[in-house]
Structures are given as C-alpha cells and as structure tokens.
Design a protein. Structure first.
Length: 302
C-alpha cells in the first residue's frame, strides 16, 4: 500500500438546505492568491459575521501540498495535477492526490477551481469553463463565470482530459476555473477579486444573500477549436533560450505582429515569434528562460 495522501479541507454546513459548493486553491503549488482567498473564506464562514448559508461549502486552500512544499507547480514526481486526474490510488504522489481530489470533486454539486499563471506565466484576470455537451450544465457554467465578475469570460474545448474540470465534466457538475496574473506573486487585488468572486457565485447559486456589484465583465469569448484552452502550447518557443516579450498582457495584436524574441546566451542567435492571430494577449510567459516548444503566449481571438 502506498502512503495515504492528505488534502486538508474545511466543511461549513449552513442552517438551511442548498447545494454543495467546492472551492479549491493550490492545485498547482506556486499559485498563491487562490490559497490566501480560500483561507479568507474559511475565516469568514467560521466567524460571527458569517453570512447565513444555505447548503454546504467544502473549502481547500492547498489541494497539492507536496507541490506547494516543493516551491513548484508540481510535486517532486514532476506530474502536473491538472493533467493527471482522475489519478490512481496506488500511483505516484501526484496520481494519488489526483485520485483523492477527483473523489472530492465528484461529491460536490458545483465547483470553483482558483488558479494563477504560477511562477512562469501571467494571465489576464478571467473565469473559464469547458463548452459542455449538456446545454443545462453549460448555461450554469456561463452563469457562474459571469457572476464571478472578472474582466474576461472564456469558454473552451471540453475535449481535454486529466483536469479537475474534466472530472467535473464527466460527473455532470457545473464547474469554472479562474486565473489572475501570476509570476509567483501574491497580489492583494487578486485576493480581493477572488474573494468577492466566490461570494458572487454563492449568491448566484442561492447560497447566500448579497448585493451584487456592478458588472465588470468586458469580454465573453467561446472558442470551440480543440486546442483552445491549452495555455502551455500556444505560440511555442522556436528554440531553447531567453524570451523577451515585445507585448504586454491585454495588448491588441494582429497577424504578423511581433510577440517577442527568443535568443541564445550571447544574443548571436535570435528568432522572432510572430502572431498568427488577431486578438488580445491573454497569457504571457514572464520567466525568461524557455525550453523549445513551451507556450509563450495565448491570444484571445475575437
Ligand atoms: Zn494552476
């Protein structure tokens, strides 16, 4: 038998009946705003000021503690938890966490998975979901993503497996994920946007009463292309080297525009990375060393 993995969580049961919402951070070990946000939610719902709750909350600040303690996106086995679900009971450390995490997801009625770009990427604040084949689930996900109230709402291909969201997809559980910058910071605005966003979704699900803020959603994009939603593959680096971006998050780019360059140590070899799409820069690699083939930027196409 492999050693059992632990996922530390807090359950909050409301006085009134209602749905069971799961909120998670730390699927990746280097994404800090989600961890801080979930801790704030735990404090709120355990305090005397707790809103009256209908239903049940499961709050997990750090799903992937071995990755967190490894100061890295992944645990020491190098497997990405968001590509390993539903995992296996007897596998490597990440496979076992994936197995346990998948069971927790399957026990919920709704699911919010909080992320950031981690150490090496930055992402425009957004809420995303998969384009589920069941129209009722898809509509619920659209509603949750809009209620979260970040500037971008992005629906992408439902065909990727291994993810927390694919476990929810297969179990028919409406689920969203969110992104807020990254580069291994713990941004205060990120924490407060995430905290407010989770409460907004709870309100939209009828779990708490809340005055909803003004709508901050600026752009809703749904992209059915199979490769959509794959942040690690878009605009792959043409060589291993030093990436110097020519653009910033949120910039408008057109076909043929320079996204950046990748060069060798002395700068004697340099390759330009050119946009093949019209849209805005949704994600950008911010850690300068890049292996060949690694995604440098996702462009949100209009
Ligand atoms: Zn992540």
């Amino acid at each position: 038998m492999s050693e059992e993995v632990k996922i530390q969580s807090v359950e909050v049961k409301g006085e009134n009946s209602g749905p069971h919402l799961l909120v998670t951070g730390g699927v990746h070990g280097d994404e800090f705003e989600p961890m801080a946000t979930v801790r704030q939610l735990i404090q709120l719902f355990q305090s005397d000021d707790s809103p009256e709750l209908s239903g049940r909350l499961t709050l997990i600040p750090v799903v992937n503690e071995p990755a967190y303690q490894n100061s890295h996106r992944t645990a020491p086995d190098g497997k990405d938890l968001a590509r390993t679900c539903p995992g296996s009971e007897e596998g490597t450390i990440t496979e076992r966490i994936a197995f346990k995490f998948s069971k927790i997801i399957q026990s919920a009625d709704y699911f919010i998975d909080l992320h950031t770009g981690g150490t090496t990427i930055s992402v425009l604040p957004m809420a995303g979901y998969v384009l589920h084949s069941d129209p009722e689930i898809l509509d619920k996900q659209r509603e949750m993503a809009k209620a979260f109230n970040l500037p971008i709402v992005w629906g992408t291909s439902a065909e990727h497996d291994g993810r927390s969201l694919s476990v929810a997809r297969d179990a028919g559980i409406p689920a969203i994920y969110t992104e807020y910058l990254g580069s291994a910071t713990c941004n205060k605005d990120g924490i407060s946007s995430y905290y407010e966003g989770c409460l907004n979704v709870m309100s939209s699900l009828g779990m708490i009463e809340r005055n909803l803020p003004e709508n901050e959603v600026k752009q809703v994009v749904e992209d059915r292309k199979t490769e959509s939603g794959h942040m690690q593959l878009s605009n792959p680096s043409p060589m291993t080297g030093f990436f110097e971006p020519a653009v910033q998050l949120g910039d408008q780019v057109h076909v043929g525009d320079l996204i950046g360059t990748v060069c060798n140590v002395l700068g004697t070899e340099k390759i330009s990375v050119i946009s093949k799409a019209n849209g805005i820069i949704l994600t950008l690699k911010t850690f300068s060393f890049v292996p060949e083939g690694e995604g440098l930027s996702v462009i949100l196409e209009k």
